[in-house]
Write a protein of this length. Structure first.
Length: 392
């Protein structure tokens, strides 16, 4: 039986069988090379087979893989210390788990325990994961409807509408959750002042402000945290995707009084904080800082946005280019599937974000030549598609 048959139809799939990777490149079974601007949905943050991460995994696997949270681990302690030292102001506590959705689940429980309030305010267009709690905060009705009833008490307000947010945050709201840049709904950057307004509304009513930086955090936007661009710190920060170089890991960072409101046994994760993912996590943070990957994301991102602005000037099919650093959305006038298939043919992996939006989430190790390559391929594919569709 094929992978498709056994896994069913839950994933939208493309015809590439990936065998190995290095930096911003992957190779298929026949040896064909692809420039990877899909980046495993952002998981390949520090590049495939990053030397630091590979060495850390190898060494840790030779020592011990699993150490449960009820025992101490030097590898875990070192990772936690490093992570907290990089975290936004005040986030001195961390719960370790295994995925983005789990880091959101922990945020929901911590905010509810700390505030004892039932309601949550989330954003239209949000994506926080697909487990039942995280799904309750995820906006897209296509994901939610078949699985209702979900967790009660969630209200969605328009992303970027400070007035609507102020109105929604009342004294029975326990948590407001925001992605500083919405990833899955098409790369929408929070308008200036919006995160600040969320901070003020939460402070005025004693609600917890949670940022979901599972996709936008850890240098992706050219700053360590996406919220750094607005100089606003949350009370809870959800992380996952690239934090352990591709080894599964989620983290829920929190202010001390919030995490400390949880009593023994009220939340836990068997795999969370295992030695292998913590070793990979430390190596990933080392790569981000010591190898200058955050600055590289900023610099290379500038070149990418300049190139895309130039393309947008020549291609009527480009409606808008959005994002920050190496988190980029290109909204087109048509379905992007043909462009993605064309990219695959020419050895470039691209990602979608909704029907007509291309998303670029390359590893932060890319250079100017990779950007030039991807711009060239896009230029050609857009010209072809515009000609085919009679768009002038
Ligand atoms: C990917 C993602 C999630 C969910 O992460 P999983 O590991 O797939 O559960 C949640 N929020 C954001 C912003 C994401 O990009």
């Amino acid at each position: 039986m094929s992978e498709d048959e056994i896994m069913g139809a839950m994933y939208q799939r493309f015809p590439v069988t990936v065998e190995r990777g290095e930096g911003a490149r992957v190779w298929d079974a026949s040896g064909k090379e692809y420039l990877d601007f899909m980046g495993g949905y952002g998981v390949a943050l520090v590049g495939h087979r990053n030397a630091r991460v590979t060495e850390a995994i190898r060494e840790q696997a030779g020592r011990i893989v699993t150490v449960h949270g009820s025992l101490y681990s030097g590898v875990r302690a070192a990772f936690l210390e490093r992570l907290v030292s990089l975290a936004p102001d005040g986030l001195a506590r961390a719960h370790l788990n295994n995925s983005g959705a789990e880091s959101v689940e922990a945020a929901i429980k911590m905010a509810r325990k700390f505030t004892r309030r039932p309601r949550v305010v989330a954003m239209r267009g949000s994506y926080h994961g697909k487990s039942m709690g995280a799904l309750s905060l995820t906006f897209n009705p296509k994901y939610r409807r078949p699985f209702e009833p979900l967790v009660e008490g969630v209200e969605f307000v328009p992303f970027g509408d400070a007035e609507a947010l102020r109105e929604a945050v009342t004294d029975d709201v326990g948590m407001v959750i925001v992605e500083p840049i919405q990833g899955e709904s098409g790369i929408h950057v929070a308008p200036g002042g919006f995160l600040r307004a969320a901070r003020e509304a939460c402070d005025a009513h004693g609600a917890v402000l949670a940022f979901d930086e599972i996709q936008a955090g850890l240098g992706r936007t050219g700053r360590m945290w996406a919220c750094d661009h607005d100089a606003v710190a949350p009370d809870i920060l959800c992380l996952a995707k690239g934090i352990a170089g591709g080894v599964p890991m989620g983290v829920t960072l929190a202010r001390p009084e919030i995490l400390d409101s949880m009593a023994k046994g009220e939340h836990s994760s068997t795999f969370g904080g295992n030695a292998l993912s913590c070793a990979a996590g430390s190596a990933t943070l080392e790569a981000l800082t010591a190898d200058g990957l955050v600055d590289n994301a900023a610099a290379v991102g500038r070149g990418l946005f300049a190139g895309l602005a130039e393309l947008a000037g020549r291609h009527p099919s480009i409606r808008e280019v959005r994002g920050r650093g190496l988190m980029v959305g290109i909204e087109l006038r048509f379905d992007v599937r043909e462009i993605i298939m064309g990219g695959i043919e020419q050895g470039v992996l691209l990602l979608y974000s909704g029907r007509n939006i291309l998303r670029l989430l390359p590893p932060l190790v890319i250079g100017g030549a990779d950007v030039a390559r991807v711009l060239g391929v896009l230029d050609g594919l857009l010209s072809e598609e515009e000609a085919r569709r009679g768009i002038a």
